[in-house]
Design a protein around this ligand. Structure first.
Ligand code: SAM
Length: 342
């Protein structure tokens, strides 16, 4: 059996395939890490029984659907509502703390519904091991929370919320990239839920952008499958979605009221951002891990320039900023939250 490691092609061959796929799919593959793309091309090659560059390139030219299949295998727009839900809980905690509310003062619940069939079942462990590891995890989370809180009180989000209604400044949030809208809608749901329960609550402006025209179209439609809604809590599902039968499963339709709260843009952020807004919070999750070093550096600079001093940048759980020249300081290591300090 041929494995991915067995397939070899040189730089010129790689460039030819990339140029062709760029042209047909409209993807900017040059932004991504070569290792990542090569792996996907090679797995497609194995799938269609072409084990050398020449035969696969011919296959690409002769089979118009192959480029779409490559795109699907790349699964570039993958996202879910409340992806790493603890991160959203941390943001909700910060908002509550800033307006002098406790968790017990409002109704909210971010815990994913354990009954959703698309959720991964946790591996069986002995109770004893599970107890100690859970205890350690909780201690670690508590320690992280306490150290993060010190910094959060210096954030612009905290200050704007504290100053309200003496100073009525809107709070600007940018979800970049937003894929099919799961991330900005998760943020809108949290904020809308708090706004309905806290009488003096400032205005939040939420902007969301992605390079992919089709992803933005799907975001504006606001209908999602079981996979992308698997982390939604029972409480939010009940209040913000209409569940409908679709094929053998279900689809989840966002309520109209929520859909109007976000401004969506189709844009390549590497070429600039279409609004003149400066943000208090930016979510940039699960893009940096896929793009190459030079693009990542430029992308981060664009985001940093769009953040207010004291603004918070949320990265994906596995993402890190390495540059020592950046003004972004890690303030919550568990949830990968950075703050602009200068
Ligand atoms: C894996 S999704 C991440 C979605 C979401 N932030 C999350 O964490 O679930 C990555 C997205 O980045 C978008 N993207 C890639 N390059 C981009 C660029 N230069 N400007 C804007 N969006 C880009 C892709 O179209 C894709 O939808």
């Amino acid at each position: 059996m041929i494995r991915i490691e067995d397939i070899k092609f040189d730089e010129d061959h790689y460039d030819l395939i990339i140029q062709f796929l760029n042209k047909i799919t409209g993807l900017k593959l040059g932004y991504y890490k070569r290792k990542h793309i090569e792996k996907r091309i090679k797995s497609r090659m194995i799938r269609v029984n072409c084990f050398e560059f020449e035969s696969y390139y011919r296959y690409l030219l002769e089979n118009p659907t192959e480029s779409d299949k490559f795109l699907l295998s790349f699964n570039i727009n993958y996202s879910t509502f409340f992806r790493n839900w603890e991160v959203y809980e941390q943001l909700e905690d910060l908002i509550l703390k800033s307006v002098n509310y406790n968790r017990a003062d409002v109704i909210s619940d971010l815990h994913p519904n354990p009954e959703r069939k698309y959720r991964k079942k946790s591996k069986r462990k002995s109770h004893k091991i599970e107890d100690t590891s859970n205890k350690k995890k909780l201690e670690h989370r508590l320690k992280n929370k306490l150290s993060a809180e010190k910094f959060f009180t210096q954030s612009i989000l905290y200050k704007k919320l504290k100053d309200f209604p003496r100073f009525k400044q809107p709070i600007n949030i940018w979800s970049c990239p937003c894929a099919n809208g799961e991330e900005p809608y998760s943020l809108t749901i949290i904020i809308d839920n708090l706004k309905k329960q806290i009488p003096q609550f400032p205005e939040f402006k939420i902007v969301a952008s992605d390079i992919d025209e089709n992803a933005i179209k799907r975001a504006k439609i606001g209908i999602y499958n079981e996979e992308s809604t698997k982390n939604i809590s029972r409480y939010f599902e009940k209040n913000y979605f209409v569940k409908e039968k679709a094929g053998f499963g279900f689809q989840y339709k966002l309520i109209e009221e929520i859909k109007d709260d976000i401004k969506f843009f189709e844009e390549d952020v590497m070429k600039g951002h279409q609004t003149s807004l400066v943000y208090d919070v930016i979510f940039c999750r699960y893009l940096l891990i896929y793009i190459n070093k030079a693009v990542r550096r430029k992308f981060l600079k664009i985001l940093e320039n769009r953040l207010n001093v004291g603004g918070l940048l949320f990265l994906g759980k596995t993402e890190t900023i390495f540059s020592s020249q950046s003004n972004l300081k890690l303030v919550d290591s568990l949830n990968r939250i950075y703050m602009k300090i200068n």
